[in-house]
Design a protein. Structure first.
Length: 317
């Protein structure tokens, strides 16, 4: 009995879009949507990344574990040594997968499933995480109005204090060599030397952030129904959408980006010109994190404990 099953038929207009994306990625395979059941019920899947082994890794916050889909189609879960409510995940420059925890730690998992934790502050919780510019470092945000740098070589940690009440969230490494992150008052930028700059975006708090292939940084507004773009110089552009409760955003293989609509059971594609095309509804999915590569888009069904793959290219699955 197959583990993965088709769950929706995509409408012709969106199939046309996906065919264009697939062609840009160098593939002309049929587009298919599959799902893989997550073993732990109510595990709260949040964020996902593809590892150096080309397998998807994702965090299960409520289950306090990191999960991975193997080449055999089975999902394996790796419990954290300390119950830590993991929330974000990234591929590090050392080809290991790194993740944040809610107990003053960040963690690393190797392709062999070995987990190492790095405590940084007993009173803070780590939130967003990314590989640093230039390689050799991991950067993450924390509740205590700080951005931290971890040197992979020796595990040394260094905090960078922000303004009180900043509340940094998601973080990404920009094409300009700086770190960019969401915060309560807008978007923050931090140089590797520690120079901090804030950019206001209005009354709505940005949620997720990523670097686009166009050299700009893109972000979602969870309750503002807009996708935002900020240039390295701080120039802001907003693209409105009818979708609700926007969540994660990642760059795609065609120079566009993908994002999730938690409130509408959809994922969507946006071009660098701001043209937004959502998928049809994927009932019960309430998608959270997603990751795009040349083979397709992986995303998490928070509402029904599933890992989805919208695929058009070669994949071990």
């Amino acid at each position: 009995m197959p583990i993965c099953k088709p769950v929706v038929s995509l409408v012709p207009a969106f199939l046309c879009l996906l065919a264009t994306v697939a062609a840009a990625a160098g593939d002309t395979a049929d587009v298919r949507l599959k799902f893989f059941p997550i073993p732990t019920p109510d595990g709260e899947p949040l964020e996902i990344v593809t590892g150096a082994d080309a397998l998807p890794y994702f965090v299960l916050q409520n289950a306090s574990s990191v999960a991975r889909l193997g080449r055999n189609g089975q999902i394996d879960e790796f419990p954290l040594p300390t119950f830590g409510f993991p929330s974000d995940i990234t591929l590090g420059p050392d080809d290991n997968v790194w993740f944040t925890e809610g107990n003053g730690r960040v963690g690393r998992i190797t392709p062999a499933g070995e987990i190492t934790e790095y405590p940084f502050s007993p009173s803070d919780s780590a939130i967003g995480i990314t590989g640093g510019p230039g390689g050799g470092t991991i950067w993450f945000t924390a509740v205590g109005d700080r951005v931290w740098r971890l040197r992979i070589e020796d595990g040394r940690l260094q905090p960078f204090d922000l303004a009180p009440g900043t509340f940094p969230g998601d973080i990404t490494a920009g094409a300009d060599g700086n770190l960019w992150f969401t915060q309560s008052s807008g978007i923050g930028r931090l140089s590797p030397a520690g120079t901090y700059t804030a950019f206001g975006v209005g009354e709505v708090t940005p949620f997720a952030i990523t670097r686009g292939h166009d050299g700009n940084v893109w972000f979602t507004e969870r309750f503002g129904q807009r996708i935002g773009k900020i240039t390295p110089d701080g120039e802001l552009t907003f693209y409105p959408t009818e979708l609700h409760t926007l969540d994660s955003i990642v760059a795609g293989p065609d120079n566009g980006l993908w994002f999730t609509s938690f409130g509408d059971d959809r994922i969507a594609h946006i071009t660098t010109d701001g043209v937004i095309r959502p998928t049809p509804e994927i009932p019960g999915s309430t998608p959270t994190g997603l990751y795009a590569d040349a083979a397709g888009v992986w995303f998490l069904g928070y509402g029904n404990d599933r890992l989805y793959r919208l695929g058009w290219g070669a994949s071990p699955h």
